[in-house]
Design a protein around this ligand. Structure first.
Ligand code: ZN
Length: 224
């Protein structure tokens, strides 16, 4: 794909074809601290990491994803688009029954910068009500200052991530994604992947390798 080639060429790649521009995968700690009130990473002193999956649940991906997690006996966190959860209540119920944590990712997957403060907060709160959760992750990881302030004041905990796998980006092979996890995962890392049509082929293929590597490195995998 020309676009992928151009991106990799522009950023510079090593002989494994992996782009090395760390900010693409992990925001530096000082930048994480600048965006206050948001959880990027959990306790740095214990060897625990957190797998998180955004945008589901959908029948084309979530059941297979749950099977993989069950196979390894690990728990994860699903930041769901409430509209999807409403459409597929049996999937919402299965995620809950299997002991994973449900987080909210708004009702309509709204973009903060394209929405007024009031509309944004109303959509996010509608999602929280349907999903019955106080955990929140803004779509695209972005929201305006007053939207963030309103969500924090309403008692929501906002989670972003410490490791971005780029599973939604066709420029990244499974090998690239595994390499990103190996390079950037550290104690307390929150790793983000996507329970979506766009990501499912690559994500479902690489997930077993990611879990096996994390367990072999001695990390405990927990839900938020
Ligand atoms: Zn999303």
């Amino acid at each position: 794909m020309l676009r992928c080639w151009a991106l990799q060429h522009w950023l510079g790649e090593n002989n494994k074809g992996v782009i090395h521009l760390p900010i693409l995968y992990q925001f530096p700690t000082w930048l994480q601290r600048l965006y206050r009130g948001v959880v990027w990473r959990k306790d740095a002193s214990s060897k625990v990491v957190y797998l998180t999956f955004d945008d589901g649940p959908i029948p084309e991906c979530t059941p297979e994803l749950l099977d993989i997690l069950a196979h390894y006996g690990v728990k994860a966190t699903f930041f769901m688009v409430a509209e999807n959860a409403e459409r597929y209540p049996e999937l919402l119920a299965r995620v809950r029954a299997e002991g994973h944590t449900i987080g909210n990712h708004t009702y309509h997957h709204v973009r903060g910068h394209h929405t007024t403060i009031a509309e944004y907060v109303a959509d996010a709160k509608r999602g929280a009500q349907i999903l019955d959760t106080k955990l929140y992750r803004p779509p695209h990881g972005r929201m305006r200052y007053l939207q963030k302030k309103a969500m924090l004041e309403a008692g929501y905990t906002i989670y972003l991530w410490d490791v971005l796998t780029h599973d939604y980006n066709p420029c990244y092979s499974e090998e690239h994604m595994l390499d990103i996890v190996k390079r950037y995962t550290r104690n307390g890392s929150i790793i983000v992947m996507h329970d979506s049509l766009k990501s499912k082929d690559r994500m479902l293929k690489v997930l077993p390798g990611i879990i096996e590597w994390l367990l072999a490195e001695g990390y405990e995998l927990r839900n938020l």
